[in-house]
Design a protein around this ligand. Sequence first.
Ligand SMILES: Cc1cc2nc3c(=O)[nH]c(=O)nc-3n(C[C@H](O)[C@H](O)[C@H](O)COP(=O)(O)O)c2cc1C
Length: 223
Amino acid sequence: MTAQPKIVAINGSERDGNTADVLRHAAAVAAKRNVDLEAVDLRNLRMERCGPCGDCNDRPLPCAVADDIPGVVAKMIAADGIIFAAPVHGFGTASLMQTFIERAGVGYLRFDRPLSNKVAGIISVARRYSAGEVWAQLTVNALLNRMILVGSGFPATVHALHRGDAAKDEEGLTNVTRLVDRMTDMIELLAEHRRLTGRDDIFRPAERNERVGLALNELQDQR
Ligand SMILES: Cc1cc2nc3c(=O)[nH]c(=O)nc-3n(C[C@H](O)[C@H](O)[C@H](O)COP(=O)(O)O)c2cc1C
C-alpha cells in the first residue's frame, strides 16, 4: 500500500484566528481526498531572526543560528505538498511568515533546493488591502524553491477582518477548496508517474549546490 500523501501548511499568523480557520477548512478538503494536511503554527515555534553575520550570499553551508527552523524544513522535505498561509499586516506579509521565509529560505533552502518538485499552494488572509501582493510574494518564494504551482482558478485570498470572518468569505474558501483539490490532483499525478517509471527524479536531477560558484570571490575569480 502506498503511503498517505502529506501536505505541510505553514501558518504565519500570531493567533489561532482566520488563517488557522482557513487551514482547518483546507485540512477538511484534503481529508476527503485521503491527504493528511498538517498545519505548522509558526507562533508556537522558537524562531530567531536573521543575525548580523550577513554571510549568507557567500556561504555554501546551512545557517548556524539555533532554533526550531531546521525541524520545520525537515518536515517540508518529507511532505508531498507545501502551503504557505499568511495574514496581511501593514500591506505586507505578517512578520512571522516574513521571518520564516528569510530564516528557512536563506538559511537552509537556497543551497540544494530540497523542496524542488513539491506541489505548492499559497493562501493570503486579509481584511482586503494588499491580499494580492502578499499572495504574489509568497508565490515567487515557492517558485524560487523550484516547487510546482498548479493553476487552480482565482488566487486563494481570503477576506476576513475579525476572528471568525473567514468562514463568511464563501468565494475565498471556494478558491481554497479548488487549490487543495488541484494540489492533490498533481500530487497523485506525480506519484503515479513515479510508480510507473520507477523514477524518483521526476524532472531534471537536482543541480549541484546553488551557492557554489556564486560567492563573490569565486565570481571574481571567474572573470
Ligand atoms: C498588525 C496588523 C496589521 C494589519 N494590516 C492589514 C493590511 O495592511 N491589510 C489588510 O487588508 N488587513 C490588515 N490586517 C487585518 C488582518 O489581515 C486580518 O485581521 C486577518 O484576518 C488576520 O488573520 P489572523 O486572524 O489569521 O491573524 C492587519 C491586522 C493586524 C493585526
